[in-house]
Design a binder for this molecule. Sequence first.
Ligand SMILES: [Zn+2]
Length: 177
Amino acid sequence: MPRSSLALAACAAVLIGCGDGGGDATIDVVYDPCAVVVETRRSSDAQQIGVSEAVDLWNRVAGLRLTLSGAKDLPRLVLQFDDAASIFHGVYDDERGVIFINDDLDGDELVVTAAHELGHAFGLNHVATRARRSVMNPNNLTVSPTSDDVASLRALWGNCEAPERPPAEPSSGDAER
Ligand SMILES: [Zn+2]
């Protein structure tokens, strides 16, 4: 089998995280971003800092409750660093519910990639770059979660009940009961 076929087969197996071919795949295993521990494996100190920045990013912009060392009874989302082929920055294996991040990444690229793969783990699909800027743009290395990304996440999970969250602004029209 030629090398390109092998790469395609690997992408088909994980359904998502294969760059622009991603499309609207169904994500098998998803995690509730209001109650999950992100457990980093096979990582250096710098990589752990990158992951914690990605976690902070989502928590700050979306009022999530991601932790790196939470209560034992919370579901654990494993984020593992791997010496990966250069075809991807990161991938979410949605059958096992595990995130893999390429060892070669560092700095902001690592933070954004971790935020992107976390998005997949929370059930977000790719957003075409031509549609809008999104942390879920395929092969994204620069765009942090946007307000539209937060809206997409809340459509799936609602708001986490964070006490420090400011009261929601009343929307015009029929939202009031
Ligand atoms: Zn992706």
